[in-house]
Write a protein that binds this ligand. Structure first.
Ligand code: C2O
Ligand code: CU
Length: 511
């Protein structure tokens, strides 16, 4: 079904109000429910899941260092919206179909509040997973100002829960950022980009089986989900009316599998000011931005002197990435439209600063441990793709056990044909480099023989990251310091169909 583009206005999720706030702490409650919502004006309302009655959920805005407590409450029905594969880890018939657990992606948080995939809970906390520790999560927000997002993380069904709508923005603010005089208030807009597919009746479609169905199974996980429709903040191909001035957009790829290479059809520059973990040292003028699932980029777009113009945000990333098909320029090759039709309501005094904040390089001399970790592609008993980290399933004993305060380098050795967005919980890292290597030789002899020079990260990746594209047939090196908490965290591929099966591993920070 092909829907008309640019007929609905971009929704902007409301800011969540706390239940309690004093000088010591802030308390929120967030309910997850099922409801119907209009995702496009020519479609019947769709049944979705959301937080506080909205998809995306309301934006949570906190101050760096603020102590925040959140009770995430599951009020969802017992029946899932989408086909569950009961052969997938953690989703066997011995647990209820509808389980949830919430992770704030990029948060610096104690492990008990991190949303461990096996810390799931059901309605009324009637049943809980083996790692469930508390009903009310605590967030210390020890991050700098940044764009985070919260989303479901339940083992074995994350792809389905997020696809149903369980995602929202979590913004951390700080005076240092305010002093930079960036576009703010109504000129600062978060954009959650996702792809979905609809049934004729307006309901969301998620496949029951891969293209080549598995006859032994009624429902089977698919190797990737590629939707035929693009949504921003829960609306299909929306438009946004803007004033002829500067805006700050917080771009987030909230898709299951799809990568985006974002461009403006006006060919104008976007000024990237922040990565996953916050501000860059200085803005980077760029014509295109690559965003893998879960990656964020804050950009300033300047509409000054463009009165009356319509500008389309386009996408030309193949799906799956990088080996898949190029997007149709008339459909998924477009994301949204900006209409420069609002009058300038006041002089634009916001700035694109020449310098923002220091991003000190983590020193390689301080490294105490180097880990070599492969990204593998195997086959399961049904002949399905089975992607693993370090060739180990989720359940294998924990092998990554950094010490609190230790600096490590991880070599992500990708022997597959896909680019995998690798995400570590708890910490932000820096990308050192990427380098091509001889995959056949590595597979046979387990030695890395480089076939090209080390390539530094792209300018727009030279900031704090929590998710990195590990490209096929490359070694991607990242460096990070583990802390300030000890405990049980995870690292995984953020292609949701991969993390559910089962490109995800626990790691532990020890004292
Ligand atoms: Cu965005 Cu482990 O997640
Ligand atoms: Cu992957």
């Amino acid at each position: 079904m092909i829907l008309s583009k640019f007929v609905d206005e971009l929704p902007i999720p409301p800011i969540l109000k706390p239940r309690w706030k004093d000088q010591f702490y802030t308390y929120y409650e967030v309910n997850m429910t099922e409801f119907s919502q209009s995702l496009h004006s020519q479609l019947n309302d769709s049944t979705v899941w959301g937080y506080e009655g909205g998809y995306p959920g309301p934006t949570i805005e906190v101050e760096s260092g603020e102590k925040v407590f959140i009770k995430w409450i599951n009020n969802l029905p017992d029946k899932h919206l989408f086909p569950i594969d009961y052969t997938v880890h953690g989703a066997h018939r011995d647990v209820p179909d509808v389980r949830t657990v919430v992770h704030v992606h990029g948060a610096c948080v104690e492990w008990e509040s991190d949303g461990y995939p096996e810390a799931w809970f059901t309605k009324g906390f009637k049943q809980v997973g083996p790692y469930f520790r508390k009903q009310i999560y605590r967030y210390d927000n020890c991050n700098n100002a940044c764009t985070l997002w919260y989303h479901d993380h339940t083992i074995g069904i994350t792809r389905l829960n997020i696809y149903a709508g369980l995602a929202g923005f979590y913004l951390i603010r700080e005076n240092r950022e305010r002093s930079l005089n960036l576009p703010s208030g109504k000129y600062e807009i978060p954009l959650m980009i996702q792809d979905k597919t609809f049934n004729e009746d307006g309901s969301l479609y998620y496949p029951k089986q891969p293209e080549k169905p598995i006859p032994e199974l009624e429902m089977s996980i698919i190797p990737e989900f590629i939707g035929d429709t693009i949504l921003v903040n829960g609306k299909v191909w929306p438009y946004l009316k803007v004033e002829p001035r500067k805006y700050r957009f917080r771009l987030l790829n909230g898709s299951n599998t799809r990568f985006y290479r974002i461009k403006l059809d006006s060919e104008q520059l976007m000024y990237q000011i922040a990565t996953d973990g916050g501000l860059l040292e200085y803005p980077i003028g760029i014509k295109e931005i690559m965003l893998a699932p879960a990656e964020r980029a804050d950009v300033i777009i300047d509409f000054t002197n463009l009165e009356g113009k319509n500008i389309i945000m386009k996408n030309d990333a193949p799906a799956p990435f990088p080996g898949g098909i190029k997007p149709d320029p008339n459909t998924v090759g477009q994301v949204m439209q900006f209409r420069v039709t609002l009058p300038l309501s006041s002089v634009d005094t916001s700035t694109i600063p020449a310098y923002m904040i220091p991003v000190p390089k983590i020193k390689e001399q301080s490294v105490t441990r180097i880990r070599y970790l492969t990204l593998n592609d195997n086959m399961d008993q049904y002949g399905r793709e089975w992607m693993l980290l370090d060739n180990k399933p989720w359940d294998a004993p924990i092998s990554e056990n950094p010490k609190l305060g230790a600096t490590e380098i991880w070599y992500l050795i990708n022997v597959t044909d896909d680019s995998h967005p690798i995400h570590l919980h708890l910490i932000d890292f820096q990308i050192l480099d990427r380098r091509n290597f001889d995959v056949d030789k590595f597979n046979k002899e387990k030695v890395i023989e480089y076939t090209g020079p080390a390539m530094p990260p792209e300018p727009q990746e030279r900031g704090w990251k929590d998710t990195v594209r590990a490209n096929p047939k490359q070694v991607t090196r990242i460096i990070m310091r583990f802390g300030p908490f000890t405990g049980l965290y995870i690292w995984h591929c953020h292609i949701l169909e991969h993390e559910d099966y089962e490109m995800m591993r626990p790691y532990i920070v020890i004292r």
